[in-house]
Ligand binder design. Structure first.
Ligand code: DC
Length: 231
């Protein structure tokens, strides 16, 4: 697709729980860019499969479902809201079980194809910071800046455990660590658009960093690489 507006594109990829969305959101606010959470888009497809009682790894059934659903991302006041068939989904896509559904449906080629144009056209119309797994490699290979954000599985599991505890939700560190490792394995080993750093991505391991330290480091990278002044 043609890049009509010469927009700025920043891609942030990395495994689940590395802090991509926290970092991307903060960076987008500083720079006045739109933040695009592509995981939320896959989560919406996973949600649709669960709502229809379709096993998320049943590729023929999930592929057939795609022609019957309407997935929309709407951007309002810096927020991205997901709609399925016109219905606002809110935090329902954040349920733990939906992480599994999203990871499984995202390994199906028809699902990735179905969502490709939608992600690409958002980036053609806006200056974006887009986070996901394949943004730097597949969706925005022309991004002016690509960051591959990682942290150890243990640190990611600790952060997730703390986050759930703070929300007063049940949090079992051992189970969370096992789930994170399983999702890493599935997202990295799938045949299509696996999680991997683009050749020209800057690797950033933020283990031991606070969100504020991660943001400061990322802002420095943006300034060094793109010369965009902070807004
Ligand atoms: O970032 P997240 O945890 O919300 O993503 C949920 C799942 O969606 C993740 O396990 C893999 C998939 N995903 C993907 O395959 N490609 C993307 N660009 C973003 C997410």
């Amino acid at each position: 697709m043609k890049d009509k507006k010469n927009t700025f594109k920043i891609a942030i990829d990395g495994p689940g729980g590395a802090g991509k969305s926290t970092l991307a959101k903060a960076l987008a606010k500083k720079l006045g860019f739109a933040y695009v959470d592509t995981g939320a888009i896959y989560r919406t497809v996973g949600f649709a499969a669960r709502a229809r009682g379709i096993a998320p790894d049943d590729a023929p059934a999930v592929s057939a479902m795609l022609k019957d659903i309407k997935v929309e991302a709407r951007f309002e006041g810096g927020r991205q809201d997901m709609y399925l068939d016109g219905e606002f989904l809110g935090d329902r896509i954040r349920e733990h079980e939906i992480s599994h559904y999203a990871s499984a449906v995202s390994a199906i080629p028809a699902v990735r194809e179905y969502l490709f144009d939608m992600q690409r056209s958002i980036a053609d119309e806006n200056n974006v910071i887009m986070d996901g797994r394949d943004i730097g490699t597949v969706i925005l290979p022309d991004a002016q800046l690509k960051i591959f954000l990682t942290a150890t599985a243990e640190e990611r599991a600790e952060r997730r455990t703390r986050e759930l505890e703070e929300k007063g939700q049940p949090a079992d560190y051992v189970q969370i660590l096992a789930d994170i490792k399983e999702r890493d394995e599935r997202d990295s080993s799938r045949a299509i658009a696996p999680l991997k750093a683009a050749d020209d991505a800057i690797l950033f391991n933020n283990s031991g960093y606070t969100p504020e330290q991660s943001l400061a480091e990322a802002l420095q990278i943006v300034k060094d690489r793109l010369g965009i002044p902070e807004v």
